[in-house]
Design a binder for this molecule. Structure first.
Ligand SMILES: [Zn+2]
Length: 231
């Protein structure tokens, strides 16, 4: 059964994370003419449900151009090896910090033990740095390095459409990412959310739970307020 798909705007779609025993991440799909890019890849357990959702949008997975990860935790990255195996002409883009772990097959950040799996080395096509710009279809994303949930967590800000893809840094309704996993750091998380709260965000696209289609900035400001109370 395909995962649920929602249109956010022309050229941008939300493949909704599956609810269940295992954590799964939201996936955001950007159309690029005949091809497409996905932000985050979901957990491998639901790979078939993800590919069915992509097909419902009229794509074959062979048209996958790139997978861009917000960070390398298994619920976001676990399906990457399956995509790389099935699609010849595609590549993985991830932060330099976490790309180095993936290339070595070092699962201390990925947390592969969650599924009792060993992490095989994963080839990284491009290691992203703060300040880079990624063009994808009608969208131009700025790469923001926002550590705290994990050492190489990235957010992607699209100023023309006021979109922010946040991974597990910030969620809706005052929620934010946990800091107790390897390389997590509460002070860094507060600093990262402080930075995000200054952006003119309307559409907030987090790694888990619901999206916000307006007033994204006030959601982030609420998360900042709660994070400051706790840390
Ligand atoms: Zn995470």
């Amino acid at each position: 059964m395909a995962k649920t798909v929602r249109k956010i705007m022309d050229g941008l779609y939300w493949i909704v994370a599956r609810e269940g025993m295992l954590p799964d991440s939201n996936i955001y799909l950007v159309k690029e003419g005949e091809r497409f890019t996905i932000f985050d890849a979901g957990i491998p357990t639901y790979f078939k449900h993800t590919t069915a959702a992509i097909e419902e949008l009229g794509f074959s997975i062979s048209q996958l151009n790139r997978i861009i990860l917000t960070h390398s935790h298994l619920d976001h990255s676990g399906s990457v090896p399956l995509f790389l195996k099935e699609v010849k002409d595609t590549e993985l883009w991830v932060s330099r910090q976490e790309g180095e772990y993936l290339e070595k097959g070092d699962d201390s950040v990925v947390y592969a033990r969650l599924l009792g799996q060993r992490l095989e080395p994963i080839p990284v096509g491009r290691k992203l740095e703060e300040g880079e710009v990624i063009k994808a279809g009608d969208f131009t994303f700025q790469v923001l390095h926002t550590p705290g949930h994990s050492i190489g967590s990235l957010c992607f800000f699209e100023p023309n459409h006021k979109i922010l893809i946040t991974g597990d840094v910030v969620f809706r309704q005052g929620s934010f990412g946990r800091v107790d996993l390897p390389t997590g750091n509460p002070q860094q998380l507060v600093a990262s959310i402080t930075r995000l709260a200054q952006l003119p965000v309307e559409i907030l696209l987090p790694g888990h739970m619901n999206i916000a289609t307006s007033n994204g900035q006030s959601e982030i400001q609420l998360s900042l307020q709660y994070a400051k109370q706790i840390f």
